[in-house]
Write a protein that binds this ligand. Structure first.
Ligand SMILES: *[C@@H]1O[C@H](CO)[C@@H](O)[C@H](O)[C@H]1NC(C)=O
Length: 132
Protein backbone atom coordinates (compact mmCIF):
# COMPACT_ATOMS: atom_id res chain seq x y z
CA UNK A 1 0.00 0.00 0.00
CA UNK A 2 1.07 3.58 -0.46
CA UNK A 3 2.82 2.95 -3.72
CA UNK A 4 1.75 2.05 -7.21
CA UNK A 5 3.83 0.22 -9.79
CA UNK A 6 4.80 1.76 -13.08
CA UNK A 7 7.22 0.56 -15.77
CA UNK A 8 10.04 2.72 -14.43
CA UNK A 9 9.53 1.77 -10.80
CA UNK A 10 7.23 2.86 -8.06
CA UNK A 11 5.43 6.15 -7.57
CA UNK A 12 4.97 7.30 -4.00
CA UNK A 13 1.31 7.85 -3.17
CA UNK A 14 1.95 11.57 -2.57
CA UNK A 15 3.25 11.99 -6.14
CA UNK A 16 0.40 9.99 -7.63
CA UNK A 17 -2.07 12.07 -5.65
CA UNK A 18 -0.56 15.29 -7.01
CA UNK A 19 -0.62 14.00 -10.61
CA UNK A 20 -4.28 12.96 -10.29
CA UNK A 21 -5.24 16.36 -8.85
CA UNK A 22 -3.29 18.07 -11.65
CA UNK A 23 -5.04 16.07 -14.39
CA UNK A 24 -8.47 16.87 -12.97
CA UNK A 25 -7.57 20.55 -12.54
CA UNK A 26 -6.27 20.74 -16.14
CA UNK A 27 -9.40 19.12 -17.53
CA UNK A 28 -11.55 21.67 -15.70
CA UNK A 29 -9.29 24.50 -16.84
CA UNK A 30 -9.25 23.46 -20.52
CA UNK A 31 -12.90 22.42 -20.89
CA UNK A 32 -14.53 24.85 -18.49
CA UNK A 33 -16.84 22.03 -17.45
CA UNK A 34 -17.67 21.82 -13.76
CA UNK A 35 -17.22 18.53 -11.91
CA UNK A 36 -20.29 16.61 -10.87
CA UNK A 37 -20.58 15.55 -7.23
CA UNK A 38 -19.88 11.97 -8.33
CA UNK A 39 -16.70 13.01 -10.17
CA UNK A 40 -15.51 15.09 -7.20
CA UNK A 41 -15.99 12.05 -4.96
CA UNK A 42 -14.27 9.76 -7.47
CA UNK A 43 -11.21 12.05 -7.59
CA UNK A 44 -11.03 12.43 -3.83
CA UNK A 45 -11.84 16.14 -3.90
CA UNK A 46 -14.67 15.60 -1.43
CA UNK A 47 -14.93 12.92 1.26
CA UNK A 48 -18.63 12.21 0.85
CA UNK A 49 -21.68 13.03 -1.29
CA UNK A 50 -25.17 13.18 0.24
CA UNK A 51 -28.55 14.27 -1.16
CA UNK A 52 -29.18 17.99 -0.58
CA UNK A 53 -31.96 17.35 1.94
CA UNK A 54 -29.50 15.31 4.05
CA UNK A 55 -26.65 17.83 3.88
CA UNK A 56 -27.29 19.63 7.18
CA UNK A 57 -27.99 16.39 9.04
CA UNK A 58 -24.76 14.81 7.80
CA UNK A 59 -22.73 17.97 8.42
CA UNK A 60 -24.04 18.12 12.00
CA UNK A 61 -23.36 14.40 12.52
CA UNK A 62 -19.72 14.86 11.49
CA UNK A 63 -19.39 18.07 13.56
CA UNK A 64 -20.78 16.37 16.66
CA UNK A 65 -18.41 13.45 16.17
CA UNK A 66 -15.44 15.87 16.00
CA UNK A 67 -16.71 17.73 19.09
CA UNK A 68 -16.69 14.46 21.07
CA UNK A 69 -12.89 14.35 20.72
CA UNK A 70 -10.26 15.90 22.93
CA UNK A 71 -9.33 19.42 21.77
CA UNK A 72 -5.66 18.91 22.58
CA UNK A 73 -5.45 15.59 20.73
CA UNK A 74 -7.33 17.04 17.73
CA UNK A 75 -5.06 20.10 17.70
CA UNK A 76 -1.97 17.90 17.72
CA UNK A 77 -3.33 15.77 14.86
CA UNK A 78 -4.35 18.78 12.77
CA UNK A 79 -1.03 20.58 13.24
CA UNK A 80 0.87 17.39 12.41
CA UNK A 81 -1.21 16.75 9.31
CA UNK A 82 -0.32 20.14 7.81
CA UNK A 83 3.31 20.01 8.99
CA UNK A 84 4.02 16.62 7.36
CA UNK A 85 2.18 17.48 4.10
CA UNK A 86 5.02 19.68 2.83
CA UNK A 87 7.70 17.06 3.62
CA UNK A 88 9.17 14.16 1.70
CA UNK A 89 7.97 10.72 2.70
CA UNK A 90 10.92 9.91 5.03
CA UNK A 91 10.60 13.20 6.92
CA UNK A 92 6.82 12.80 7.08
CA UNK A 93 7.24 9.36 8.69
CA UNK A 94 9.79 10.73 11.18
CA UNK A 95 7.51 13.63 12.15
CA UNK A 96 4.42 11.46 12.58
CA UNK A 97 6.31 8.78 14.54
CA UNK A 98 7.55 11.41 17.00
CA UNK A 99 4.06 12.91 17.28
CA UNK A 100 2.57 9.50 18.12
CA UNK A 101 5.02 9.35 21.04
CA UNK A 102 4.27 12.98 22.03
CA UNK A 103 0.55 12.18 21.86
CA UNK A 104 1.00 9.45 24.45
CA UNK A 105 2.47 11.93 26.92
CA UNK A 106 -0.66 14.11 26.72
CA UNK A 107 -3.20 13.57 29.50
CA UNK A 108 -5.95 13.08 26.88
CA UNK A 109 -3.76 10.82 24.74
CA UNK A 110 -3.51 8.42 27.67
CA UNK A 111 -7.15 8.89 28.61
CA UNK A 112 -8.19 7.81 25.10
CA UNK A 113 -6.25 4.58 25.36
CA UNK A 114 -7.38 3.85 28.93
CA UNK A 115 -11.03 4.47 28.01
CA UNK A 116 -10.69 2.16 25.00
CA UNK A 117 -9.17 -0.64 27.13
CA UNK A 118 -11.76 -0.16 29.87
CA UNK A 119 -14.57 -0.01 27.24
CA UNK A 120 -15.93 3.30 28.54
CA UNK A 121 -16.42 6.81 27.15
CA UNK A 122 -13.30 8.95 27.55
CA UNK A 123 -13.42 11.93 29.90
CA UNK A 124 -11.32 14.62 28.24
CA UNK A 125 -9.42 17.34 30.07
CA UNK A 126 -8.80 19.19 26.74
CA UNK A 127 -5.57 20.40 28.31
CA UNK A 128 -2.09 20.51 26.84
CA UNK A 129 -0.82 19.01 30.10
CA UNK A 130 1.44 16.03 30.01
CA UNK A 131 0.66 13.13 32.28
CA UNK A 132 3.55 11.60 34.18
C1 LIG B 1 -3.55 10.42 19.76
O1 LIG B 1 -4.10 9.39 20.55
C2 LIG B 1 -5.50 9.18 20.39
C3 LIG B 1 -5.92 8.05 21.32
O2 LIG B 1 -5.84 8.46 22.65
C4 LIG B 1 -5.79 8.85 18.93
O3 LIG B 1 -7.20 8.75 18.74
C5 LIG B 1 -5.24 9.95 18.01
O4 LIG B 1 -5.42 9.59 16.66
C6 LIG B 1 -3.75 10.16 18.28
N1 LIG B 1 -3.24 11.28 17.47
C7 LIG B 1 -2.05 11.27 16.87
C8 LIG B 1 -1.71 12.49 16.09
O5 LIG B 1 -1.28 10.32 16.93
Amino acid sequence: LGQISSKKGRLPLQVLFLILQLVVALEMLFTGEPLSAHEALMHGLVSKVVPEDKLEEETMRISRKICESSKSVLALGKATFYRQMAQDLDTAYKITSQVMVDNLTLRDGQEGIEAFIQKRKPVWSHSQDEKK
